[in-house]
Design a protein around this ligand. Structure first.
Ligand code: EPU
Length: 302
């Protein structure tokens, strides 16, 4: 979708929005898949309510993009504009055991920064790509921890009230790869309360998690992490692997040979290839085990 009206474009500029026309989402997602649209980079949180009112009054559909690391986007010209936060610099401020973090901050860099200041707890998240906002929305976790455990406060744009609000951690429910945020809520910033730990000790934890990840996940390849959530009591990767589906392909979309719940783009996979592969694997698992695999990957299907 292209924003051509000069009046609209100039109002966007006044709101501190940087309009980047005709951006390919393939370049902004870790799967390397996705069509083209206008990207609106938001430099001022405060302007978001006005921005969304402006888009609504001009009947312009929109979607919020975080780090693009858990996302599968349709191909071709997309029917919505995409909004993304442009993070401030610095994007993490520490105050004792509290870390105030902008949602646009890179997750891995944030974990390392906190570690260097003797704040631990997030060692398991070190190899998880994406932004802190994306991790928060999905309640990202690995190796026995999840980010929700540490949330003290969240600043967000709430779709229900159309305002920027601050919620306390105990007003939000964090479950396995699920939170109580509404789909159209936009994460803006979070305060985490992290346990004190000597840097050396945190580093050791980080090394162990890194090693486990390297040995079991296809890190160098284009993927969106795990495609399916683990059904209660099962590992989706284990179920898919047991059916001998590693290497199963549709076009350039392929079930990873290393971890069967990672689907990789080996070249120029189209979104429809990846969607067909997801559907095929889901059907086979359903038939074989009677287990319905739910997507973990977020799909933007035009
Ligand atoms: N397994 C297989 N074959 C495979 C993959 C896994 O047999 O192809 C077996 C493993 O041998 C192991 C069990 O399944 O016995 C579990 O595997 P793993 O330890 O890799 O964990 P997982 O349940 O597949 C979850 C998260 C990952 C996270 C790891 C480590 C989900 C959907 N996945 O994977 O998160 O990194 O644990 O904590 O919860 C993600 O969310 O995108 C993600 C990658």
């Amino acid at each position: 979708m292209r924003l051509a009206d000069p009046k609209l474009v100039s109002t966007l500029r006044e709101l501190g929005v940087d309009l980047q026309p005709g951006v390919s989402l393939a370049g902004l997602t870790s799967l390397g898949i996705g069509g083209t649209t206008d990207l609106l980079r938001i430099t001022r949180h405060e302007s978001i309510p006005d921005l969304l009112r402006l888009l609504d009054s001009n009947s312009i559909p929109h979607k919020f993009l975080g780090g693009g690391s858990n996302l599968l986007v349709s191909d071709g010209e997309l029917p919505w504009v995409v909004l993304q936060l442009a993070g401030p610099d610095p994007d993490v401020l520490l105050e004792g055991n509290l870390a105030h973090i902008d949602a646009a901050a890179d997750l891995g860099r944030t974990v390392t920064y906190c570690a260097k200041h003797d704040l631990g707890g997030m060692e398991g998240l070190i190899g998880v790509p994406g932004t802190v906002g994306g991790a928060l929305r999905m309640n990202a976790g690995a190796y026995g921890m999840q980010i929700g455990t540490y949330v003290r406060e969240v600043k967000l744009y709430r779709a229900a009230t159309r305002q920027i609000e601050t919620l306390r951690g105990d007003q939000i429910s964090f479950e396995y790869r699920h939170t109580s945020f509404a789909p159209d809520d936009m994460m803006l910033a979070v305060t985490l309360e992290l346990p004190s730990k000597p840097y050396k000790e945190i580093l050791q934890g980080i090394r162990i998690c890194n090693e486990k990840r390297r040995s079991s996940q296809p890190l160098g390849q284009k993927s969106a992490g795990c495609i399916f959530k683990n059904p209660l009591g099962y590992s989706a990767g284990h179920l898919i692997d047991e059916l001998g589906l590693k290497g199963l392909s549709v076009g350039d979309a392929r079930v990873s040979d290393r971890h069967a719940n990672f689907f990789v783009n080996t070249g120029n996979a189209a979104a429809r290839d990846m969607l067909a592969l997801i559907g095929d694997v889901r059907d086979r698992v359903q038939k074989a085990y009677g287990v319905n695999l739910e997507n973990e990957v977020v799909v933007w299907n035009a």
